[in-house]
Design a binder for this molecule. Sequence first.
Ligand code: TRP
Length: 326
Amino acid sequence: MKRILTGLKPSGELTLGSLIGGIKQSIKYQNEYESFMFVPDLHAITVPQDAKILKERIKKNVALYIACGIDPKKNIIYIQSENLYHTNLSWILECNTYMGEASRMTQFKDKSSKGENVSVGLFTYPILMASDILLYDADYVPTGIDQKQHVELCRDLATRFNNKYGYTFKLPEPMIPETGAKIMDLQDPSKKMSKSEENPKGVILLLDDEKAIRKKIMSAVTDSDTKVYYDPENKPGISNLITIYASLKEINIKEVEKEFINSNYGTFKKAVADLVVEKLTDIQNKYNKLINSKEIDDILDKGRDITNKIAREKYEEVVKKVGLGR
Ligand code: TRP
């Protein structure tokens, strides 16, 4: 079975967009691949974080992923900072990375060119990411298109190391979901629903209560037409709600259009709100059972132990080849 590995950065709250755009894909993959899913908390601190919020969010997000349907029996779930081999290998890779290639990584380039005060950690971020991947011989790395460049750097570093020291690392391939439904902001459907958005009215958080969910959907921006059909160009708001409905109900766009052919916007929005409330209530019930349970710690302990064992083997091979230690 091919192995996939992906990191879920704990940099914000999970939203309905995260569920439909990302988590649902992972739920599909877990049946087709051996899946490694980890929380790259070390990557989160490349930009300032509040310690208390970060700590809470790491566990909260893991519990939410599981509540959404990420099966801990089918995924190895672990926290990056609980495995010291990630940073150790990263150092060795850094010593085989050129300043030029690291400087070309867009995340660093964008921030530093804006004159923002960036950390050295933000500069070496993609090298730590390469280490995350190479320790486990991942075949595929599912990520957003923005991370493709990092996976390419990872391949370059692996190739360089293999050429210099003999075959050690498997070359991973980026796996960019072709049609993962993209959910837009409810107040401004020209931009993606984002957890870092300042205006919370357009964003549904997975832990929002029923009242908030209904209010946000009922006041979603639409258009002056009255018919419910899919036309993202001219009816971005309605089309976004159609996508949400179709995705949560696991039907296609045409079926949604047919279901609401005689409905006005109010009726349609109410149906969308009912469905979102139903799905999120179910997720929240599961989440509430998990968040303070021993089960979640058991899952993370198990993930930590398995991955430390795998990573250690790879790291020791590297150390030997590089000529470190005794
Ligand atoms: N950089 C990724 C992101 O921002 C998170 C990440 C860290 C990651 N390490 C990884 C993703 C390894 C895949 C594989 O989304």
